[in-house]
Design a protein around this ligand. Structure first.
Ligand code: PMT
Length: 400
């Protein structure tokens, strides 16, 4: 959402990883950004400008001296229009030229002339990456406020293995979103989000769990980040990648989640518990694998886990979820009161397209004053933003 109608200048330089910039340009465009691609001459040897023009539906610039489509001094126009400039891949050469303030091509001139934030996603051979000259250049740029998306580790086109691979598109995209959202309505706020389903061990190989995928909680963490919040995500096991720009704490059990939440909320303004926390755990988890020969049938003794939301006290805004298969609103209101919440997200888990392990959700938002808002079926990131709209209102009402 933070990318919609934003102007992104995407700089592409001469690396074998230049083709990966096409995927980034495509995702930025799909998210609603106006993407102006500026290529160095070397980049045009690796990938054709036509590729980016076709993806972005906008002209692609690669020279200071092309006849402009409208009369404007192009590097100044791009520099002023940009909400953010991202250079991906960024070679050792462009990093060195930017660090030295050289202005010998359109991309360098645009960066030098802009007041927008600049993000660099380096890609190069491992020895070039580790060379102290490159590292010193990057340090200099970081000190000037440039954001660097660290390259990944792995096999390279040159045959070497090491650090220097262009970071994944999702990491670069996440960094662009975080930078664009830094002045949002949750700027300066500290938000703690829980996600996923806790796992309660029966023995070293088995556990009691649930079908939570973590998608709802991760969407909330990313949405809060994109609105400027400092986010701590406390995650039970999921298969999702850690969100960029979010401090992620991994836990397994309800007891571990409780401790992580109590540690994190001491400095938080908001707690949102989207995790499906087990209400019971085996009283005595086996230290070794339980053998089936030991008994024909088996009874597990379960004990209650602590209610984390009820334990959290203090002036922060508390948001809970209620996953319900019947009497949705009635049961959610009861939980809102029991747990002393500011807002509860009543989650209908009866439909196939809502609740656990799907990309969409259908919820009713209910606040402490009894106001109800029924949302239509939405993708989970959309639901997350609607919840955060209400959180921002509650923070404003509490003058926090
Ligand atoms: O992860 P996904 O696949 O995207 O699915 C999302 C979801 C369905 C898990 C999510 O939208 C949701 O509804 N989460 C809450 C699930 C749940 O455990 O609801 P509950 O009604 O049992 O618990 C009520 C609230 O108390 C929840 O905020 C829960 O985090 C919290 N709780 C529960 C038990 C416990 N011991 N301590 C708690 O704090």
């Amino acid at each position: 959402m933070v990318l919609r109608d934003k102007s992104v200048v995407l700089g592409v330089t001469g690396s074998i990883a230049a083709y990966k910039a096409a995927d980034l340009a495509s995702k930025l465009t799909q998210a609603g950004a106006a993407v102006d691609v500026v290529m160095t001459r070397a980049a045009t040897e690796f990938i054709a400008p036509l590729t980016f023009r076709s993806i972005t539906h906008r002209p692609v610039s690669s020279s200071m001296f092309n006849a402009p489509t409208e009369y404007e001094i192009e590097h100044i126009a791009l520099a002023e229009r940009a909400d953010v400039i991202a250079i991906a891949p960024a070679t050792a050469d462009i990093i060195a030229r930017l660090a030295a303030g050289i202005a010998d091509d359109l991309l360098c001139c645009t960066v030098l002339a802009t007041r927008a934030p600049v993000i660099l996603a380096p890609a190069m051979n491992v020895n070039m990456w580790e060379n102290p000259i490159t590292q010193e250049n990057l340090e200099r740029l970081r000190a000037r406020g440039f954001r660097v998306v660290e390259p990944g580790y792995g096999a390279m086109a040159c045959g070497a293995t090491g650090a220097g691979r262009l970071a994944d598109t999702e990491r670069i995209l996440g960094t662009i979103q975080q930078v664009l959202g830094s002045g949002g309505d949750l700027a300066g706020k500290c938000v703690v989000v829980t996600a996923g389903g806790t796992q309660e061990p029966i023995d070293p190989v088995r556990h009691i769990g649930n079908r939570s995928s973590g998608k709802m909680g991760y969407a909330l963490a990313e949405a809060a980040r994109d609105r400027g919040a400092e986010v701590t995500l406390i995650s039970a096991p999921t298969s999702l990648a850690e969100p960029v720009g979010v401090e992620t704490v991994h836990v397994q059990t309800a007891l571990e989640m409780r401790q992580a939440v109590l540690d994190a909320v001491s400095t938080a303004d908001v707690l949102i518990m989207a995790a499906a926390v087990a209400d019971y755990r085996p009283a005595n988890a086996g230290k070794t694998k339980i053998k089936k020969e030991s008994a024909a049938d088996m009874t597990l003794e379960l004990v209650r886990t602590p209610d984390i939301l009820s334990e959290v006290k203090g002036g922060l805004v508390k948001v809970g979820f209620a996953a319900e298969s019947e009497d949705l609103v009635k049961n959610a209101v009861a939980k809102l009161k029991e747990k002393g919440l500011d807002l509860i997200v009543a989650n209908d888990i009866t439909a196939a397209d809502s609740g656990f392990d799907v990309d969409t959700n259908r919820v009713v938002l209910i606040d402490g004053k009894g106001n109800q808002e029924e949302l239509p079926l939405l993708p989970k990131p959309g639901v997350a933003h609607r919840i955060l709209d209400r959180v921002a209102d509650i923070l404003a009402a509490k003058k926090m």
